[in-house]
Design a protein around this ligand. Sequence first.
Ligand code: NDP
Length: 450
Amino acid sequence: MSLKSEYLQQVYKKVEMRNEHEAEFLQAVLEVLESLEPVIESRPELKQYGIIERMTEPERAIIFRVPWIDDEGKVQVNRGFRVQFNSAIGPYKGGLRFHKSVNLSIMKFLGFEQCFKNSLTGLPMGGAKGGSDFHPQGRSDGEVMRFCQSFMTELYRHIGPDTDVPAGDMGVGGREIGYLYGQYRRITNSTAGVLTGKGLSYGGSLIRPEATGYGLCYFTQEMLQNMRDTSFDGKTVVISGSGNVAIYAAYKAIEFGAKVVAMSDSAGYIYDKDGVDIDFIRELKEVRRGRIAEYPETHPNATYTQDSTGIWNIPCDIALPCATQNELGEASAEALVKNGVMAVAEGANMPSTPGAVAVFQKAGILFAPAKASNAGGVAVSGLEMCQNSARYSWTAEEVDRKLYEIMVNIFHNADNAAKLYGMDGNLVAGANIAGFTKIADAMLAQGVTY
Ligand code: NDP
């Protein structure tokens, strides 16, 4: 364990004992505690009021059965989750993930990280995460609808516009949010804005689908300008994944003058030295729900390689991991550094392993941690909540401008917090400290409740 403070060592040991089989959750907690050493040292009241002990235990974790009927008439049973981590600064907010890998550890790591990310946006949102081990890939629209209806039939009693407002995540896009919202409305006879990422015809916000990817590039551009006096313009970029985050990160990077040469899915990656045809990839993945392996059939200059981790061996100036947790390990980080990467900015949640982060930091590579750099999605979800409450819609330009301002602020808050605690340039520590401070202050002010 790399913690120096005896107190934090004790706290972490207890978290470890209680959650010994939850590797992803423990990884996320340790990373935050490492950043907080100087804060704990300088603010004894945090220890006195058990702030860290409280923050590392969710306020509530709900696990439920989700039965549904497949197209063959067979009853299927999945497991549903909602982990409501911390509501000190506002209603719980965080996405729903539908993926076969979903378990309690992944829900808790995502819910824990979400608290800090939401705090960083400056909007009044607490942190939560939810989802199911249901895997939508290969399922018909009817099956997805029946699953979503069953999932919401339990979830509805735990959420509400001032209590908990879920959104999408992996495997949960516009289609799933539509089915979930329809069932919520039917059960409760209410049109409250209880989910974000909704369609534009029923209370959604412009720019929500684009927000995480665009926000990632706004953050990265600000980091490049402030820390290296450069920009995306003329740079070669590699982006993993080809889902919601990856697609809109690619659009914005290209708009900023970069060339995106590679993208992937869970089966493999494509390399197109001329720059990927992002309109084609968007249509392939969002409309046809196809596989990235199909790309070279219509783009003969491109190659497809099985094994998605190989994408990090492609030389690039900027790497944007936008697929899933722990997708970029130490060996991949070393390959990126060897090939001259200048900046790595996380679009996915915790895509880089601790070993990979250490490689980037040792090599002096600019590194933007997910909590800060991918906060654009939840930020625009927060703006969707504002519009729903006000019964009003902002234009795409208005939402995009607010998103841009939020991402620029997040960069400077993280950068300044790192400087304040003598860790100049360490955005991992800066983001953790800046996100933590607001939540800790709110918890201190509200007494020992949760
Ligand atoms: P999507 O489901 O839209 O896309 C996920 C993409 O990642 C797919 O292309 C998928 O491929 C690929 N993928 C999954 N596992 C692997 C793997 N092991 N190796 C390579 N590629 C893989 O999800 P999102 O784009 O919404 O989310 C991606 C990440 O961003 C997640 O970590 C999510 O938590 C995070 N995030 C998302 C936000 C949002 O607003 N959507 C907000 C903040 C964070 P395949 O099709 O083969 O499964």
